[in-house]
Write a protein that binds this ligand. Structure first.
Ligand SMILES: [Zn+2]
Length: 79
């Protein structure tokens, strides 16, 4: 099923993702979304994995079902 909505961006640059899409993708308040843009499109994807400390989406290492980014991992090693 494809969901299509037309939404207006507010003055702060925010848009609302409709309830039906949030429910379909199991997106809840506090979840991290990955936003990408090229010359014509803005793509918003649900981030499946994020660093448990800083919410980074890249350079992740999994440990015991949680993800940690390399920057936080380096900080943990130093402490
Ligand atoms: Zn991190």
């Amino acid at each position: 099923m494809i969901y299509t909505n037309f939404r207006e961006i507010d003055k702060a640059g925010r848009i609302v993702i409709s309830k039906d899409i949030r429910k379909h993708l199991n997106i809840r308040a506090g979840d991290v979304l990955h936003i990408e843009a090229d010359d014509q499109c803005v793509t918003i994807k649900k981030a499946e994995s994020k660093c448990v400390f800083c919410n980074a989406l890249e350079n992740l290492t999994e440990f015991a079902g949680k993800f940690v980014c390399c920057t936080c991992l380096d900080k943990l090693k130093k402490d």
